[in-house]
Write a protein that binds this ligand. Structure first.
Ligand code: ADE
Length: 218
């Protein structure tokens, strides 16, 4: 699966892409992740990506032209007529006003071949990007971030975990959905205080353990 990220801060992704399971998945070619510098698609000397909002107001808004040029080179959306050819790619615009990202969406998107992310910054993005370019506008939660970069990382991780071969074992994509404990059986943060592992988990009775896990799931 391929992820293309359009951003004015590609450096934000360096650590994220070079550590842990994600870098392994990249080496194993389960995923390909490319960052694209939005200013590369500008034509003026100052590589301007933003402008003043029509109607006035503070702050600057991302202009549509560089974003359209970026999408032209990364996506089939404006190149092919047949929607069949485009079936397995999606263009996502990150915005706090978007539809809420969930694990369900992560599962659905993991069936695609390509996700293209537009990371907005500043006060916003020309609304025509949401109206005509993006297939979906997505928010990762009810708070306002400085831009879409952190949201892109969240979505990449949640989607990549759903891909076959990404995790160490087949079912661990769903792990962490119930409470878990490990050694020691009794932990003493200070004298006289004992934090214990629930007895049922030490019992070896798998039926009871399953019931307990069912009750302590998310
Ligand atoms: N950009 C700014 N805030 C955001 C959020 N909560 N989700 C996605 N993109 C954003």
């Amino acid at each position: 699966m391929k992820f293309d990220i359009i951003t004015i801060f590609p450096g934000i992704f360096n650590g994220f892409l070079s550590e842990s399971l994600l870098s392994k998945a990249i080496k194993k070619k389960i995923i390909t992740i490319k960052t694209h510098y939005l200013r590369d698609w500008t034509e003026d000397k100052h590589q301007t990506v933003d402008g003043k909002p029509y109607g006035g107001g503070p702050g600057l808004v991302f202009r549509i032209e560089p974003l359209f040029e970026a999408i032209q080179s990364l996506s089939l959306k404006f190149k092919v007529k047949s929607s069949k050819l485009r079936k397995k790619e999606k263009i996502i615009l990150f915005s706090p006003r978007g539809k809420k990202f969930t694990n369900e969406l992560a599962k659905k998107w993991s069936k695609l071949d390509q996700l293209i992310f537009i990371c907005g910054r500043y006060e916003g993005v020309d609304e025509r990007v949401a109206e005509h370019i993006a297939d979906e506008v997505v928010s990762i939660g009810d708070y306002v971030l400085n831009g879409g970069e952190v949201a892109a990382m969240v979505v990449i991780e949640a989607v990549a975990r759903q891909l076959p071969g990404f995790m160490h074992d087949a079912d661990s994509a769903v792990k962490d959905d119930h409470a878990q404990y490990t050694k020691p059986e009794i932990f003493e943060p200070k004298k006289g205080i004992k934090w214990r592992v629930p007895k049922v988990l030490l019992s070896g009775d798998h039926k009871k353990i399953d019931e307990w896990r069912e009750k302590h799931g998310r």
